[in-house]
Design a protein around this ligand. Structure first.
Ligand code: FRU
Length: 326
């Protein structure tokens, strides 16, 4: 182990532009600030698996001590992750998985469980009867497959609930609007929509509001992000009926990375907790979040005070030295 190791961490992100991914990067940066000297190489593939493969290959070629990767789609990203792993570069898979078990650690919530929680919630809120449209994520990305399987499992106890339609929204609002408009005639007698993320859930609400103006249709999403434009706000204002919390894992990915790099013990599977947020607990969640933010700001303020003190101390020393010399 080096005395004061400066590690290079490669982070290959499948897409970078949405609030959830921005939140993940923010968490990563905050946690990294506890490890001065570590270098982050960040690449974002704009939802393009081919580009993500090239970006990851480039990182491996240039030399990184560890790779953190959220694979856009499982299959296309499997070979490059295996390549890194087989070369002896530790790999942390975050949120989306590959199709292989060749990785050092996984950080993220259990997507099967998330789908199941959404199914059980839908069953309860519809009182065991109704028609649901499911808006799925991108076909080849692992949370889509796992959330779908979980959702069916969650609805098992409710034989009078039917999934009448399934469309792929590819994790995006625009695609969701397009796909739902294609099946608009069959939306007339639906009672709920389960969308695999909040971006698609909010787009779904917009579509039903313009096409049907049926406010009583339940819309359930996933992510429940705090802050402006996040799922908590949308549950609070009634755009969404509920959302299942999907933690980004940014902080845990970095802390796991340092455990691996420093040869400390770590778990291969790091499963983060989720829960359903609806009108009964959303205000509490928002309160807790605001408290967290104000603590965070206090820490930042203390940090900059400390920096000011350091500068002051340095200047005083310079003056002192000058006086001594004179
Ligand atoms: C963000 C996102 C989230 C979703 C996750 C699944 O890019 O679409 O909304 O929960 O990816 O990997």
């Amino acid at each position: 182990q080096k005395e004061n190791p400066t590690y290079t961490i490669g982070f290959s992100q499948c897409i970078g532009s949405d609030l959830w991914r921005k939140t993940m990067l923010e968490e990563i940066k905050i946690e990294l600030s506890l490890h001065p000297g570590a270098k982050l190489i960040y690449k974002e593939a704009n939802g393009n698996s081919k580009l993500q493969v090239l970006q990851a290959q480039d990182m491996i070629r240039k030399g990184i001590d560890i790779l953190i990767i959220s694979p856009n789609e499982a299959q296309p990203l499997t070979p490059v992750v295996e390549q890194a792993y087989n070369k002896g570069i530790p790999v942390i898979i975050i949120d989306r998985k590959t199709a292989s078990s060749a990785y050092t650690a996984y950080v993220g919530a259990d997507n099967f469980q998330i789908g199941k929680m959404a199914g059980e919630y839908a069953g309860e809120v519809l009182k065991g009867k109704g028609n649901i449209v499911e808006v799925l994520g991108l076909p080849g990305s692992s949370p889509t497959i796992e959330r779908q399987r979980g959702f069916i499992q969650g609805l098992k106890r409710y034989p009078d609930i039917k999934i009448t339609n399934q469309v792929y929204g590819n994790w995006l609002g625009e695609d969701t609007k397009e796909q739902l408009n294609k099946i608009k005639n069959s939306l007339i007698n639906i009672d709920a929509i389960f969308a695999h993320n909040d971006q698609m859930a909010s787009a779904s609400r917009k579509v039903i509001n313009t096409l049907l103006d049926k406010k009583q249709i339940k819309v359930i999403g996933v992510d429940a992000l705090p802050g402006q434009g996040g799922g908590l706000e949308m549950v609070s204002s009634g755009i969404l009926t509920a959302s299942v919390v999907y933690p980004t894992g940014g902080k845990e990915a970095i802390s796991t990375a340092f455990k691996i790099l420093n040869k400390e013990s770590f778990s291969k599977e790091n499963i983060l907790q989720s829960l359903v947020i609806d009108s009964t607990n959303v205000e509490l969640m928002k309160l807790q979040w605001n408290k967290f933010i104000s603590q965070q700001k206090d820490i930042e303020r203390q940090g900059s005070l400390l920096e000011e003190q350091k500068v002051l101390f340095k200047n005083q020393q310079i003056i002192l030295n000058v006086t001594v010399i004179a």
